[in-house]
Design a protein around this ligand. Structure first.
Ligand SMILES: [Zn+2]
Ligand SMILES: [Zn+2]
Length: 193
């Protein structure tokens, strides 16, 4: 049998109570390539990327496995205005079901036993091969979902000057907003008329 990964648990070991640690190295790997991470210009393996701790009750019935507990940690991304680091706190209650692949809801809406529409996104379900629970996709999701559309270091972050790049939170400059080149062209046109 294949060696278990750090976030995998054999069904035969259930029920069990387990704690898992997610290192900064793992976090770096999982969020690499996301725009608000790459904008930081942090090293590939960033000791400041963040970390996580999961505390879970794991159990199973005949065909499913379940994980209930908490996930706590943090993640550092770039402010969408000034590109300074922003620490995002993660503190989630987890309640997920591991289902055999053939039972997984389709990506589009499907119908449950009561005839109600259920979309895959509404359920915390992960695929399950019947032998090993793999918690890695669940943990990774905690970091990815923690990133808002436009992270901010503070509500009123002033951002960077688009001309000289100075951080307007900590400095000032005398740049003038440039005239929109299309407007400038129109002006030119008027003069020649
Ligand atoms: Zn900012
Ligand atoms: Zn400026």
């Amino acid at each position: 049998m294949a060696k278990l990964g750090p976030y995998q648990v054999h069904v035969r070991d259930l029920p069990t109570h387990r704690a898992f640690e997610v290192s900064a190295e793992r976090v770096s790997e999982w969020v690499r390539g996301l725009p608000m991470r790459d904008a930081l210009g942090a090293p590939e393996v960033d000791p400041e990327a963040g970390q996580g701790t999961a505390d879970l009750e794991l159990y199973a019935d005949d065909t499913h496995a379940f994980a209930n507990g908490t996930f706590k940690g943090h993640l550092v991304v770039a402010c969408s205005r000034c590109v300074e680091p922003v620490k995002l706190v993660i503190d989630e209650a987890l309640r997920v079901t591991f289902m055999p692949k053939q039972e997984m809801p389709a990506e589009d809406a499907t119908t449950d036993d009561d005839g109600a529409e259920v979309a895959a996104d509404d359920l915390d379900v992960f695929p399950f091969d019947g032998e090993t629970i793999d918690l890695e996709p669940l943990f990774r999701e905690q970091f990815v979902l923690a990133i808002p559309y436009a992270p901010l270091c503070k509500e009123d972050c002033k951002g960077l000057c688009p001309q000289c790049g100075i951080d307007r939170n900590s400095g000032t400059c005398s740049c003038q907003a440039p005239i929109d080149p299309r407007l400038a062209a129109l002006k030119g046109l008027k003069i020649t008329q």
